[in-house]
Design a protein around this ligand. Structure first.
Ligand SMILES: NC(=O)c1ccc[n+]([C@@H]2O[C@H](COP(=O)([O-])OP(=O)(O)OC[C@H]3O[C@@H](n4cnc5c(N)ncnc54)[C@H](OP(=O)(O)O)[C@@H]3O)[C@@H](O)[C@H]2O)c1
Length: 238
C-alpha cells in the first residue's frame, strides 16, 4: 500500500494502536497529522501534530488540518471495567464522551476536508465487548455499541460523497490502555487462553487492518464492523 500525497489524520496517535498506525502510515509515505494531549518521542520527525484534548475546545483544529483529508482514524478510548452496581452515572457519561462524542465532534470538524479529497475513509474503533456480553463491561460496551451505530449511520449519510466509514472491533490488545489487565504473567496467560488463537492482540495487528481500510484497496467497503480478536467474537473451540 502506498499513501503518497495522502493526508491522514490520527486522533490518539501518541500511544498504543494509534502510535503503531502513525509509524505504519509514515513508512507508507503518508502525510500524517496527529492529535493527542501529549507528544510521543517515537513519532517520525515530519509528523505534524496538534496537542489538544478532544473533550475540550477544538478551535485550533481548523488551522491545523490540510485542505484535503483522505483518511481519519479515531483511536481514543477507555477500558473502565466495574461490576454494574459500582458504575456511576459519571462513568457512563465519561465513556460516552471519550468514545462516541469525541469521534462525532472530530468528524464534524473535519467533514469539509474529507469531502474536499473526493474520496476518503473514516475508521472508528469499537471493541469485541460491543457484541459479546462480558461481565463488568456494561459502560464501555454501551459506549462502543454507540460507536458502531454512529459509524453505520454516517456510512449511509456520506456514501454519496464517497466517504467510507468502517469500524474495527479488537479484543484485548497489548497497549498502555490495557496494562492493568496484562500486569502479571498469570493475567497475560489467562487472557491469551480466552482467545481461540491462543494469544492477545498486538497494536500492529490492529493498525495493519486500519491501514487497509484507509487505502484505496478497500474502496468498495463501507458500513462494516470488522472483528479483529483472535476469534473470540465469533467462534468456540470447545
Ligand atoms: N487495548 C485494548 O485492549 C483495546 C481493546 C478494544 C478496543 N480498544 C480501543 O482501541 C482504541 C485505541 O486504544 P489503545 O489501546 O491504543 O489506547 P492508548 O494506548 O491509551 O492510546 C490512546 C490514545 O488516545 C489519546 N487520548 C486519550 N484521551 C484523549 C483525549 N481526551 N484527547 C486527545 N487524545 C486522547 C492518547 O494520547 P494522550 O494521552 O497523549 O492524549 C493516546 O494517543 C480505543 O478506542 C480503545 O477503546 C482497545
Amino acid at each position: 500500500m502506498d499513501f503518497k500525497q495522502k493526508n491522514i489524520l490520527v486522533i490518539g496517535g501518541s500511544s498504543g494502536i494509534g502510535l503503531s498506525l502513525v509509524k505504519l502510515l509514515h513508512q507508507q509515505n503518508a502525510n500524517v497529522y496527529v492529535v493527542s494531549r501529549s507528544a510521543s518521542e517515537d513519532w517520525p520527525e515530519d509528523v505534524q501534530y496538534l496537542l489538544a484534548d478532544i473533550t475540550g475546545n477544538l478551535d485550533s483544529l481548523a488551522a491545523f488540518l490540510p485542505a484535503e483529508l483522505h483518511g481519519l482514524v479515531y483511536s481514543v478510548g477507555s477500558i473502565n471495567l466495574k461490576p454494574f452496581g459500582r458504575l456511576t452515572e459519571e462513568d457512563f457519561l465519561k465513556d460516552y464522551q471519550v468514545n462516541v462524542l469525541g469521534a462525532a465532534r472530530i468528524i464534524q470538524q473535519s467533514i469539509k476536508q474529507l469531502k474536499n479529497a473526493g474520496a476518503s475513509s473514516i475508521v472508528l474503533i469499537s471493541s469485541v465487548a460491543a457484541k459479546i456480553g462480558m461481565p463488568y463491561h456494561a459502560s464501555i460496551a454501551a459506549a462502543k455499541a454507540a460507536v458502531e451505530g454512529l459509524a453505520i449511520s454516517l456510512a449511509a449519510e456520506f456514501a454519496a460523497q464517497q466517504i467510507r466509514v468502517n469500524v474495527v472491533a479488537p479484543s484485548l490488545t497489548n497497549t498502555p490502555l490495557a496494562q492493568n489487565l496484562l500486569s502479571s504473567p498469570e493475567k497475560r496467560e489467562a487472557s491469551a487462553k480466552r482467545h481461540p488463537l491462543g494469544k492477545i492482540g498486538q497494536p500492529e495487528d490492529i493498525s495493519r487492518l486500519i491501514t487497509f481500510l484507509l487505502s484505496e484497496e478497500s474502496n468498495w467497503i463501507t458500513g462494516q464492523i470488522i472483528g479483529i480478536d483472535g476469534g473470540l467474537g465469533k467462534i468456540k473451540t470447545s
